[in-house]
Each structure stands twice: as C-alpha cells, then as structure tokens.
Design a protein around this ligand. Structure first.
Ligand code: PHE
Length: 339
C-alpha cells in the first residue's frame, strides 16, 4: 500500500504542474482531496490493515495529503499572480509620448538659422542690474522705460555703479555684457526670457526675445538688411521680404522697425496687414555710446543689433493661429498637444 500512496502523490505532482486555469485546479482538488477523492479512499482502506501497519501507513497518507494541499495552494497563487502577465491576447497600453513646447521648437529653429550664419548662442542674466538693461544702452535717467509700470524691480540692495536690480525687460542687456567679454569680432545670438508688467491677450508678463549683435570693422546697414532678410526667408518662407522703416531706439542710430511682407495677400494689402506689411521688431546700428560703454572704439568698429519677440514671430509664422498668447503658458495639454 505504501507504493500505491507514493504513486498517487507522484501522479498528482505531474498533473498539477500542467494545470492551466483555476477550473482545472479545482477539478484536481476534488479528485484528490474531495469526499470521494483518492486520499479519502486510502483512508477508508486503512481499516483493512494489520494494526502494526496502521500507524505507519496512516502517517504516510497524512504527509501526502499535506503536500498535496501545499501544492494546490502554491499553484493557485501562481495562477493568480503570474498568469495575467503572460496573457498575450490583451491589447497593450500605449504610454503618452510628449514633445517639446511650441516656443522651444521656435527657439531651436532660430538658434539653428543664426548659428548657420556663424553667430554664437549666448545666455545672459534675467535678473539684472539696470546699468546693463538701461544706462549702458544710452538711456537717460528718468526715461519712461524705467517706470515701474514697465519694469519689475527686485527688492534687493542696489549697487553703486550698476544701480538697481531688475528683471530685464529686453535681451539688449546682453549687448554690453557680450562686448565686455573682450573678444572681437562679435556675432551673438542671445535668446532668453524677458519681463514686463503687462498681461492681455497678446502680452504675458514673461516672454522671450532673441537679440542679435554683430560688431566688426566696416559693418554697414546692408549687413543688417541682408541678415534679417535671410532670417525671414529661412523662418517664414522663401517668398517673404523684409523692409526697414525709420524708428527710434536709444541704443541704435539709425534705428529701424523691421517689417515682413504679408503672406495672406502677398504684400498687396489686406484686412490683417493693412498695407501689405507686418511689423517684426526693432533693429539698428549700434550707438557709439553703447560701444564705448562696452569698451569698444566707435572710430574703428561699428555694428548692428536687433531684438525680436519669439512669441511674436511664432504667431506670425504661417499656419499657426494663437488667439490668446496666455494659453502658451497654461498647462492645458489639449491646446499644447496640437503643435
Ligand atoms: N530691445 C528692443 C525692444 O525690446 C529691441 C531692439 C533690440 C531694438 C536691438 C534695436 C536693437 O523693443
């Protein structure tokens, strides 16, 4: 009878290792541990044995029963924990994949266009002394741009020479900082965050500008025009043109407002552009006082500069219509995802 018991146990072990699901496991449990199962039949047969054998055989039946129970439990746990992970029929879940923000895409494109022309990308402080943002750029004291309505002042001790600490309202603070590096010629593209106290559908308190600065011997307005024309064609499309319109900035002389031909009407004039041209941003030839502030002799060197809004050129790019600029800085993925 001991052999019979061992066979039952071995047979059970073989069967349980093949079990595929809970129902098969339950059937196996009934066949071995059920009321009419194999273990109970063995127990019933005990009474036919000689009493000398009973104790030993009884213990073997018990052991077998225990190991069958343990095996059933282990097998059940395996089915519960692991089986679903191997169910290759369940469709997979695609994790959401992000992409760079629309403005990051623009910044990278702008950087690429200018570095292709030999410009070097720079970054200068956003928290800045007013000397770099205003005084060194030929702003007289009391100029309206100093007004707290436009510029954020930082509540920090001021410096004797450099003045008060502010959040820079334009990337032009990078002009004299770049000159102070002391390396000529200069071909800088400074792309960064700028701050002004303003908030409506076309203004956000924080926005981005890209500032170009070229300083070398014999730099003329034609270099300025050619560079900006090249940028406009690369960024907006081959058929676009730029024109210069006289303007006034403290730190450039002469100064220009740069316009780009409207792509809706091709420059004929329409409801959007009113006259065929759209305003891109400011530019001009670097003022001699600014060169002097940067330690450069205006008798030997000349240069041009421009500073445009990243948000603005992004909005003007064909096919991108941003009804409210502020949404660019929201976390609404339904909006941001489309770019
Ligand atoms: N800093 C000017 C602005 O923010 C733009 C500008 C830059 C104009 C460089 C001329 C030269 O409006």
């Amino acid at each position: 009878m001991q052999d019979e018991i061992r066979n039952i146990r071995n047979e059970f072990m073989a069967l349980v290792s093949d079990v595929q699901n809970k129902q098969e496991l339950e059937e196996l449990r009934i066949a071995y541990l059920g009321r009419n199962g194999k273990i109970n039949l063995l127990t019933k047969n005990l009474k036919d044995l000689a009493s000398s054998e009973k104790a030993e055989v009884g213990a073997l039946i018990n052991q077998t029963k225990i190991s069958i129970e343990e095996e059933l439990q282990a097998s059940e746990a395996t089915l519960r924990d692991i089986a679903p992970k191997f169910d290759t029929s369940v469709p997979g879940i695609l994790p959401p994949v992000g992409h760079t923000h629309l403005l990051t895409q623009s910044i990278r494109e702008i950087e690429k266009i200018f570095t292709g022309l030999g410009f070097v990308r720079r970054r200068y402080p956003e928290v800045e002394w007013d000397w770099y943002s205003f005084t060194s750029l030929n702003f007289p004291k009391n100029h309206p741009a100093w007004d707290t309505l436009e510029t954020y002042f930082v509540d920090a001790p001021s410096d004797n020479k450099l003045g008060e600490m502010i959040l820079t309202p334009h990337t032009s603070n990078g002009q004299v900082r770049e000159m102070q590096r002391g390396k000529l010629p200069i071909r800088m593209i400074n792309i960064g965050k700028t701050y002004r106290r303003q908030a409506d559908i076309s203004h956000t308190p924080m926005f981005h500008q890209f500032e170009g600065l070229v300083i070398d011997k014999n730099i003329a307005i034609t270099h300025l025009k050619g560079t900006l024309d090249y940028f406009a064609k690369s960024f907006f499309g081959e058929d676009r043109k730029v024109r210069l319109r006289p303007h006034n900035f403290r730190f450039t002389e002469p100064s220009f407002e740069v316009d780009i031909s409207c792509d809706l009407c091709g420059g004929k004039g329409c409801r959007v552009c009113k006259g065929g041209w759209l305003e891109l941003g400011g530019s001009g030839m670097v003022h001699p006082n600014v060169l002097r502030a940067g330690g450069i002799d205006p008798e030997i060197y000349s240069g041009f500069a421009f500073g445009w809004g990243v948000e603005r050129v992004t909005m003007m790019k064909s096919g991108i219509n941003i009804p409210d600029l502020r949404v660019l800085y929201s976390t609404d993925l339904r909006y941001l995802e489309q770019f």
